[in-house]
Design a binder for this molecule. Structure first.
Ligand code: KG4
Ligand code: ZN
Length: 346
């Protein structure tokens, strides 16, 4: 099998070719992220304009690197949502036109399913991971924080989710408060590397409540008040940045690990824990999750590029859908899908 994946849900334009086992034959990406470093977040209209400029060259690059004739592809997979509407429309429209011109099946993929399957991706030179179900997957990105109990690649139950901000959003908003650039996750990690994570105490949200939900907005507010109080007491904030960043990052990671650990104790049949999405690139989170999950192993995507938005995970999700949910895989992909998902708030 050879599948071309296209992912344009936010500020990245990505195309990749994977085979039926999840081997990444090529993966090309263009990003307009640098343009948003100072704005604290993505400007949707500008992101969509950059998608138009980047999409065909990026697809060309992915096909050339994988050395495939597009007419021999088994499918074109595209993110149908959720995401920024303008960006999604560029991806779905391009995918539809190319698939029909090449005479190839088009598969629409929910962005979250792509992240959930990113742990199946592997380098060409390495064997496909042998995953044992049930799997507990923590999917953490800028748009969602979800905990899934998965019984197959495409089936599972949502055990918990954030009640307000997503974990990545908490990193991004925290970075704005600390005067650090967007995206906030890597900036906070880097600044906090030399800091003391125990210097400042943060509350543990939803402590003692049943279930596995998250709530990050209180931690962000706690950071805001902490900075205000330190400033009023005459402290020099720039010199405290490493300790502030490390303590805030540790608080976010602790909240994520606590709820995942609780779910694991209450679902003892789980064989492995998967950590996916942009925030799964975080070193501290990986470390605390390993401790919280033990003795269950924690699997993360094989490289950082597979943690953040990428097209290989979308292509592999199409493989799983074609194999396990052929009806869903063959449902038509139209621009209104993106609109419908947006309207439904998903
Ligand atoms: O999955 P992703 O690339 O896009 C979405 O689907 O949202 O995730 C982006 C998010 C951003 O909020 C970014 O701050 C966060 O992932 N992120 C990180 C790290 N790298 C990216 N958060 C914490 N630590 C990181 N190293
Ligand atoms: Zn994502």
């Amino acid at each position: 099998m050879r599948i071309l994946g296209i992912e344009t849900s936010c500020d990245e334009t990505a195309a990749a070719v994977v085979d039926g086992t999840g081997a990444v034959l090529s993966s090309a990406i263009a990003t307009s992220r640098d343009a948003f470093a100072q704005s604290g977040g993505v400007i949707p209209e500008e992101a969509a304009r950059e998608q138009v400029r980047a999409i065909l060259p990026v697809i060309d690059r992915a096909l050339k690197e994988a050395n495939v004739d597009p007419r021999t592809l088994d499918a074109v997979a595209v993110t149908r949502g959720p995401g920024l509407l303008g960006s999604l429309i560029i991806g779905t429209t391009t995918a539809r036109i190319l698939a029909s011109r090449w005479g190839v099946t088009l598969v629409g993929v929910h962005h979250t399913l792509g992240h959930l399957l990113s742990t199946w991706l592997h380098p060409v030179a390495e064997p496909a991971p042998a995953v044992a179900f049930p799997v507990l997957t923590l999917s953490v990105s800028g748009g969602h924080t979800d905990l899934w109990l998965k019984t197959s690649r495409t089936e599972g139950t949502l055990l918990g989710r954030t009640r307000d901000d997503a974990a990545g959003e908490a990193f991004d908003k925290g970075a704005v408060l600390l005067g650090l650039p967007y995206p906030g996750g890597p900036a906070i990690s880097k600044t906090g590397e030399a800091g003391d994570p125990k210097r400042f105490a943060f509350p543990l949200p939803l402590k003692g409540e049943p279930g596995y939900d998250w709530s990050f907005s209180g931690l962000k507010t706690a950071l805001r008040y902490l900075i205000r109080d330190l400033t009023e007491a005459g402290h020099d904030i720039p010199s405290l940045l490493p300790d502030l960043a490390a303590s805030y990052e540790a608080a976010l990671c602790r909240h994520l690990a606590e709820q995942t650990g609780k779910a694991l104790r209450e679902h003892p049949a789980v064989k492995e824990v998967h950590l996916v999405g942009g925030v799964s690139a975080n070193k501290r989170l990986r470390d605390v999750m390993k401790l919280a999950a033990a003795p269950a192993p924690v699997r993360t995507p094989f490289d950082i590029r597979s943690c953040t938005d990428n097209a290989a995970m979308i292509a592999y999700a199409a493989v799983a859908l074609l194999e396990e949910q052929p009806g869903q895989a063959r449902a038509p992909v139209v621009v209104s899908d993106a609109l419908a998902l947006e309207a439904a708030g998903r």
